[in-house]
Design a protein around this ligand. Structure first.
Ligand SMILES: [Zn+2]
Length: 343
């Protein structure tokens, strides 16, 4: 009898341990989500805007890119950041070899992605995506998850997609969302969807629900483009609300009274009042060393959250625990790999 109790006790312990040790997939392999620490969930290092059918990865100059990007990553690390999700999708400059060099030089944990980006007028959607079925597209992404990206052993840690349009999804964008839903159910990877406005978020939710995916497997990316009401409604249903354009805010606008920054603050406070801070993710969407532009163009730093946003939230009474939740607990809950089915 004691043996039976002892076994139950051990089972209980291992369940707790399993929850804490759920993995994320970094470019250097699986790691317990507990180890992510302070995380920026949506940043970029390198981009190539030539378009899916014109892009030449062989022309990328990773040495020049490293020289520009490294000081910005190091500056970000002085604020305690341990992990970043690099959100540049395939066919816009996803560059796993560069990411590996940057991770080795900085000690940062970096996650990359699989998926296709249907925003910006679909110019980054490869031709095969129009011909192939939803399952064939999902199979390509799952192949990267199981076997590695572009001939490397680097595997994606999340699915990145993008949609655009006024209120309806185009046929190809709807197909990409459906492929992401199916790839999630077979991999457990979280779906990060470049979205923006309410209507595009709601259309995606319909597809995810048709496919049986729970909304806590989906990140409404650029949700700052939506409304308080729909952010609250979807967060209540489990969706992750990503307020992530902070790298493009000019804090000096109007003599230091930046409307853009206050819009973020107000959105976060609104979600807090609704008891939904646990569904919120924050990031800069900054970086953007751009291939083909001299010196990579103007590089956006990854620090405004620490220098401007968090101090305002603290002034407004956000506790240490709430800030820790936003920057540490929520990212690991969002990106720990597990299949999330609609109940
Ligand atoms: Zn982005």
């Amino acid at each position: 009898m004691y043996t039976r109790f002892y076994c139950l006790f051990l089972l209980g312990l291992s369940a707790v341990h399993w929850l804490q040790a759920q993995p994320v997939q970094t470019i250097h392999g699986k790691m317990p989500a507990q180890k992510m620490g302070l995380t920026l969930i949506h940043e970029h290092v390198f981009l190539d805007w030539m378009g899916a059918e014109r892009m030449q990865a062989a022309a990328w100059d990773n040495d020049s890119a490293v020289a520009v990007i490294l000081p910005y990553l190091r500056k970000m690390q002085t604020h305690g950041v341990k992990t970043i999700l690099e959100c540049t999708p395939n066919y816009i400059g996803r560059n796993p070899r560069l990411l590996a060099r940057l991770a080795d030089s900085t000690g940062l944990h970096i996650l990359t992605n699989t998926g296709y980006y249907g925003a910006r007028g679909d110019q980054h959607i490869p031709a095969h995506a129009y011909r192939e079925s939803v399952d064939q597209i999902a199979a390509r992404w799952l192949d990267e998850f199981n076997n590695g990206i572009d001939g490397t052993t680097i595997r994606p840690g999340f699915i990145k997609i993008g949609v655009d349009g006024d209120s309806l999804l185009s046929e190809i964008d709807a197909k990409i969302v459906r492929a992401a839903a199916r790839a999630h159910l077979r991999s457990g990877l979280t779906i990060v969807a470049h979205t923006g406005p309410d209507q595009l978020a709601l259309r995606q939710v319909e597809i995810l629900q048709q496919e049986g995916v729970a909304l806590n497997a989906w990140v409404w990316t650029h949700a700052q483009g939506g409304s308080d009401a729909v952010r609250v409604a979807l967060a209540k249903k489990g969706a992750w609300i990503s307020l992530d354009g902070l790298g493009w805010v000019d804090p000096a606008e109007r003599g230091g009274d930046s409307t853009a920054l206050l819009n973020y603050v107000n959105a976060i406070v609104h979600l807090k009042k609704a008891g939904l801070l646990k569904r919120v993710l924050l990031s800069h969407d900054a970086g953007w060393y751009t291939h083909g532009v001299p010196g990579g163009g103007r590089f956006q730093p990854y620090t405004l959250i620490f220098t401007h946003l968090l101090p305002i939230l603290r002034e407004k009474g956000f506790s240490k625990k709430e800030i820790h939740g936003l920057m540490v607990v929520n990212p690991r809950a969002a990106f720990a790999i597990r299949v999330r089915k609609r109940r």
